[in-house]
Design a protein. Structure first.
Length: 584
């Protein structure tokens, strides 16, 4: 029994919130209900008319394409049946007894058939048919089913003196597409009865009856001049719908068997219908209804939130939260005291987690400060070695000069320049001229090391030498050419620096070595190429790629082209910027 009074007290405690929620929801939802009632009939009429006109427009467009197909077949058949030159050649072929002459006439007729088909891309199979012959197919532009029988084809219409069939499967043996076909009599000399048989392009029917323009699932029906349904796109359409579609009725829109049907009656004698399920037809209207429901739910949520904000103004819990914030400044390790109100306790729980994280971060910062002094000392010690190395090499250089050792003097001089550039404190941004000079010194050292076994050539445009580049842009490229592109035959490394359009510069290093495969190129661009780093200055192509992306982003190109046995070409295209622009 004690639980009942506790439950009663709990509801009494939340009564203010419940009252606020109820009143605010009524105030927000009532105008929405009146607006929905007033606009429903108008919106429904507008959407219904929009969907209906859209379907009729798409249906008219498809029917127009189908009419053009029939007219194109009519025009082409007249070319084959009424053109005096072609008809005369066909007559001559039928009457000619000599095989050689017949073959010449056949070749001429085939050329004319191919010419007409080439100039009429809407045509497919074309054939002259002689029903009385053992092989009725006299000429055809494509391989055709020899069991030719137009009586087996679905009759469509009779139009302008010709009979049209379809849609049916093409008689072209290597296709199964649906086509329209036409048969027209050809008047030749003698008693022979000859026909010209034409089919529409094999892909034309599928393109005409498309689904894309409707915006909803549509099934097409095609009725011939007798009113019979000659084509059904969806076999699931009920029989009563097909019966209504085949009726002699000129209504453009009617309903039958749970479908909306839209009709287009062609002057050529056929009808094209589009059948849409009522559920699909009403989908946009339902979508509007769902939007209205979503709006109502959003309004409901807004009303609840508004009521919650008002209720949240309860003084006591808010004061406790404020006390906890003030206490944190005095003692950040003391746990928070909860208010026993769920929402405020949730905030205080997050506040407690924040305090814990802040304490952890403070400890972490203190530890990092302790390590900072140690790192500064190690950094100072790391700077001693380069200076000591420079001073020692300078001493060796002077000793070599004093003893007349010119080669050693040259070698040490080059090494000092390379080390000065690589270990110096210059900015990460230099000019192409500085980078090229450092690369020349490095390559001269490598040539001495390899006893001049390879040639090294540089081609540089003067105007590009002032372009700003990241340090060590070229050195990794020539290192790659040495360690991965050296050939046993006469090695050659070519470096080109040139303009690339009006706003970019091209840097290219090319060798005539053994080339690289895709796996090797991927390894060079990764951080795993440890062998080359030990051989060279410790800077790989991955560094170049990272630096280019850091400074130029997508406005640069870094590519490697390689062909086994031919060589490797590394190309870089970057914007032409000054050092001030690149350092910004």
């Amino acid at each position: 029994m004690p639980a009942i009074p506790a439950l009663r007290r709990r509801f009494e405690k939340r009564s203010l919130r419940r009252v606020l929620v109820v009143y605010v929801m009524i105030g927000c939802l009532l105008p929405l209900v009146f607006m929905f009632a007033l606009t429903y009939s108008s919106i429904y009429s507008i959407l219904f008319g929009k969907i209906q006109s859209g379907i009729l427009s798409s249906l008219t467009q498809e029917a127009s394409s189908l009419e053009n197909t029939i007219n194109n077949l009519d025009f082409a058949s007249k070319q084959f049946a009424l053109d005096g030159q072609i008809v005369d050649e066909v007559s001559a072929f039928l009457e000619e007894p000599k095989i050689y002459t017949k073959s010449q006439i056949m070749e001429s007729i085939n050329e004319k058939i191919n010419l007409v088909n080439f100039t009429n891309p809407y045509l497919g199979l074309t054939a002259y048919i002689l029903p009385s012959a053992d092989d009725p197919i006299l000429f055809s532009n494509l391989t055709m089913d020899r069991r030719f029988d137009t009586s087996a084809l679905p009759r469509f219409i009779e139009y302008n003196g010709a009979v049209y069939f379809g849609p049916h499967r093409t008689l072209y043996t290597n296709s199964s597409n649906m086509v329209f076909s036409e048969q027209r009599i050809v008047h030749v000399q003698g008693d022979e009865v000859l026909y010209i048989y034409l089919e529409s392009n094999y892909d034309l029917f599928r393109k005409i009856l498309g689904q894309q323009t409707y915006g909803m699932p549509v099934a097409h029906l095609l009725a011939n001049e007798q009113g019979g349904i000659s084509f059904i796109e969806d076999d699931a359409i009920p029989g009563n719908v097909l019966a209504a579609a085949g009726a002699d009725d000129r209504q453009t829109h009617f309903e039958a068997g749970g479908y909306h049907l839209f009709r287009y009656s062609s002057p050529q004698g056929w009808q094209l219908l589009a059948a849409v399920k009522k559920s699909d037809f009403d989908s946009e209207i339902r979508a509007w209804m769902l939007k209205m429901i979503a709006l109502a739910l959003a309004t409901l949520a807004f009303a609840g939130g508004l009521a919650f904000l008002i209720w949240k103004q309860v003084y006591r819990p808010l004061r406790k939260v404020n006390v906890e914030i003030v206490r944190m400044a005095e003692n950040r390790t003391t746990p928070v005291a909860y208010t026993q109100v769920e929402e405020f306790d949730f905030v205080l729980s997050n506040f407690q987690e924040m305090k814990i994280k802040i304490n952890e971060l403070i400890l972490e910062v203190e530890e990092k400060e302790k390590q900072k002094g140690k790192f500064e000392i190690e950094k100072l010690l790391s700077q001693i070695n380069p200076h000591f190395l420079h001073n020692t090499l300078n001493t060796v250089q002077w000793l070599a000069r004093a003893n007349g050792q010119k080669e050693i003097d040259k070698l040490v001089t080059l090494l000092v320049k390379v080390l000065h550039y690589n270990l110096g404190k210059q900015s990460l941004i230099v000019t192409a001229r500085d980078e090229l000079e450092a690369m020349r010194n490095y390559m001269e050292l490598q040539r001495i090391r390899y006893d001049y076994e390879f040639e090294f050539n540089v081609s540089a445009e003067e105007e590009i030498l002032s372009v700003a580049v990241p340090r060590f842009l070229l050195q990794p490229l020539v290192e790659n050419a040495i360690y991965h592109g050296m050939s046993e035959r006469n090695g050659r490394i070519d470096v080109a620096i040139a303009s690339y359009g009006s706003s970019h510069a091209l840097f290219r290093v090319e060798d005539n070595g053994a080339g690289l495969d895709a796996k090797e190129m991927e390894r060079l661009l990764s951080d795993e190429d440890a062998d080359s780093r030990r051989k060279g200055m410790g800077i790989g192509l991955s560094y170049v790629n990272r630096m280019l992306r850091r400074y130029f982003g997508d406005d640069m190109t870094f590519s490697i082209e390689s062909e086994p046995g031919i060589g490797t070409k590394v190309s870089i295209v970057i914007p032409r910027l000054t050092t001030e622009q690149l350092e910004e």
